[in-house]
Ligand binder design. Structure first.
Ligand SMILES: Cc1ncc(COP(=O)(O)O)c(C=O)c1O
Length: 457
């Protein structure tokens, strides 16, 4: 098939996607919040990769735990035998998660964890004889991963459309995006309005047919860290209870301390989900690891009926669990939740100062160290930068030239805005935040000078 891509020059690792039109450095080394490429350039990892490397790079304790476990046992199959690292990690994570999350099952990433949560809900209802409950509700925009099951619930047409006649796409309600879509409502009124969309959707679908509602407590790159207030989640909880619908929080990105508490809902009262899924920060980039947490009562009930019929080769892998365990110890032993709250507030304040002086940063939002900035062509009208200028991708290039790697991608063809995530490792220091801000501010200047030259500003 004809295309205009440059030749791969024999580079077998290149699978082109749009982002490959922009050069990417080849990273060879990392330490703390810094990364180095093969030409000796250093970068501050301003978004922990895709909001993953929560404890920073080359952590000695995690590497030691990994090496020790690798020397003892790398693999055993969870369906045939139990293993100690799995027991240890389950104990640690359920203690951190608290009441209502007494059981943990580990897989090798976020998409599998989401997929597993959906399967758990369905198998539970099926075993209880409620076989008609098969419909899922999720938010538009949203992101829940890349398996076909995840794409079915995800709210990003740039990923879903091509598969939409192969899978049953979930019903969508509007995400709460106050900056752009509030229609003059206060934040709380807008939150309630969006949450009540769930009740209307359940009634429209027929309440006896709805299985679960899945939502990110704080959004990722599909929405630029939208962070609905507590009132939203309380209302969602009330509605799910009323209609017997499972509530799943997708904390793949926001969990494991990223927002300042181990799980985001620890910051709210009465808005606890039935199931929570985590990944990214749990393995912190040291190992592929995802988890689903739920209550002992749900797991035991299903066990008595049919059991949970679910197995992957790498479920509860001992090496991955030992690494996860060491990552959680780093979080607790070094008070990283406290640091996240402190540095999150400090970073946010500094971002707001850049916003104040910039022409293109329309909004700064998020929670803890899960923050994002949204780009606009006009702060007053909130008009977007014309899409052909590829604001997100170009900003990332300017940022890399100033020595920061930042994460973002245009979701839904830019229909909901363009944003990048600012989410450095949770152990970032104040001095490192200051450096991040100096570099980010220079990148914003370069970006705006380019847009002025192009007569966009
Ligand atoms: C909220 C959310 N859910 C699920 C996923 C999928 O996780 P993974 O890429 O580990 O499969 C992601 C990844 O970005 C995510 O942000």
């Amino acid at each position: 098939m004809k295309n205009n891509r440059p030749s791969t020059g024999g580079a077998q690792d290149l699978f082109y996607s749009n982002s490959d039109e922009f050069p990417r450095p080849t990273i060879v080394r990392g330490e703390g919040v810094f990364l180095w490429d093969d030409e000796g350039n250093s970068y501050l990892d301003a978004a922990s990769g895709p909001v993953t490397c929560n404890i920073g790079h080359s952590n000695k304790n995690v590497i030691n735990a990994m090496t020790k476990q690798a020397e003892k046992l790398c693999f055993s199959f969870a369906s045939t035998a139990r293993n100690q690292p799995n027991l240890q990690l389950s104990k640690q994570i359920t203690e951190l998660a608290g009441e209502g999350f007494e059981r943990a099952l580990f897989v090798s990433g976020g998409s599998l964890a989401v997929d597993m949560a959906i399967k758990f809900c369905r198998q539970y209802r099926y075993a209880k004889g409620e076989t008609k409950r098969n419909k899922l509700i999720s938010c538009q925009p949203s992101y829940h991963g890349m398996t076909l099951g995840c794409l079915a619930v995800g709210g990003d047409s740039s990923f879903n459309d091509v598969f939409s006649d192969m899978i049953t796409i979930s019903s969508k309600i509007k995400s709460m995006m106050h900056y752009r879509f509030a229609d003059g409502m206060s934040e709380d009124d807008h939150a309630l309005h969006c949450a009540q969309g769930l009740e209307a959707k359940i009634i429209e679908l027929g309440d006896e047919s709805v299985l679960a509602f899945i939502v990110e407590p704080v959004g990722g790159s599909s929405s630029g860290a939208i962070s609905p207030p507590e009132i939203y989640f309380k209302e969602v909880r009330r509605i799910c209870d009323k209609y017997g619908v499972f509530l799943i929080y997708d904390e793949v990105m926001s969990g494991a301390g990223r927002t300042g508490t181990f799980l985001t809902h620890h910051q709210w009262s009465d808005a606890q989900p039935d199931i929570v899924v985590l990944a990214k920060g749990l393995g912190s980039g040291y190992t592929p690891l995802g988890a689903m947490l739920t209550s002992a009562s749900l797991v035991d009930e299903l066990a008595e009926l049919t059991g949970f019929n679910y197995a992957h080769t790498y479920n509860a892998n001992p090496l991955a669990c030992a690494v996860g365990s060491a990552v959680l110890s780093e979080i607790t032993d070094n008070n990283l939740l406290e640091n996240t709250l402190k540095m999150g507030e400090y970073l946010r304040g500094k971002l707001e100062l850049i916003q104040h002086e910039s022409l293109t940063i329309g909004d700064v939002r998020g929670k803890g160290l899960l923050l994002a900035i949204e780009f606009v062509a006009c702060k007053l009208s909130k008009a977007q930068i014309p899409l052909n200028y590829q604001a997100t991708e170009n900003f990332k290039q300017f940022a890399a030239k100033q020595g920061i790697l930042i994460y973002g991608r245009r979701s839904n063809e830019g229909r909901y805005g363009e944003y990048v995530m600012v989410a450095p490792p949770l152990n970032i220091t104040k001095e490192e935040v200051d450096l991040l801000i100096v570099r980010l501010s220079s990148a914003v200047n370069d970006f705006e000078n380019w847009l002025k030259k192009e007569r966009v500003l």
